[in-house]
Design a protein. Structure first.
Length: 171
């Protein structure tokens, strides 16, 4: 896209080229750990400047040995955070995932409730997860306790991504 640099030191300041694509069935585009995805800022965030670290996925993977499904969940967070899929609250805080867990067929799944820039209820979120390629794309665990512990560890890294995004966006 014209006006947008790629790489870890990208500077985005032109709102005319904002992405307004609806969330569809396409899985999140791979995001290289430490790189800012090439997307325009959403409405209300007119300036995003990547700092020395654009995301903490590599650190999360090194510390937690993320499964492919956990990496998919993390990339969903990054896609929402850097694209139009997040929810920007009136106080300026951002939700990019709002994870929920539920039991099905002896497994506890962790899925996002943020889809297409909206926070969905549990049943809608499960339908969206199924529609986008099935629940097997998302992390599952033998128990709800394990799912919660695992997600809380990942959430520390997601929170760092979000805090730096807000800081770089000038909010």
């Amino acid at each position: 896209m014209a006006g947008y640099a790629r790489g870890p030191f990208a500077r985005v300041a032109d709102e005319r080229n904002r992405l307004t694509l609806p969330f569809d069935q396409t899985p999140p585009a791979p995001v290289t750990p430490g790189e800012v995805p090439d997307v325009a800022p959403p409405s209300g965030l007119s300036h995003i400047e990547a700092g020395p670290r654009a995301n903490y996925m590599a650190e999360a993977d090194a510390a937690m040995k993320l499964t492919p499904q956990e990496k998919y969940l993390y990339q969903t967070h990054l896609q929402n955070l850097y694209g139009p899929g997040k929810v920007v609250h009136p106080d300026g805080s951002i939700s990019s995932l709002l994870q929920m867990s539920f039991d099905r067929d002896g497994k506890t799944y962790s899925i996002p409730t943020i889809w297409g820039g909206r926070a969905l209820g549990p049943n809608e979120a499960i339908r969206e997860a199924e529609r986008t390629g099935g629940l097997d794309r998302f992390p599952s665990y033998p128990s709800g306790e394990e799912a919660e512990v695992r997600y809380q560890r990942m959430h520390d890294y997601l929170g760092r991504d979000t805090a730096e995004f807000i800081q770089r966006s000038g909010r």
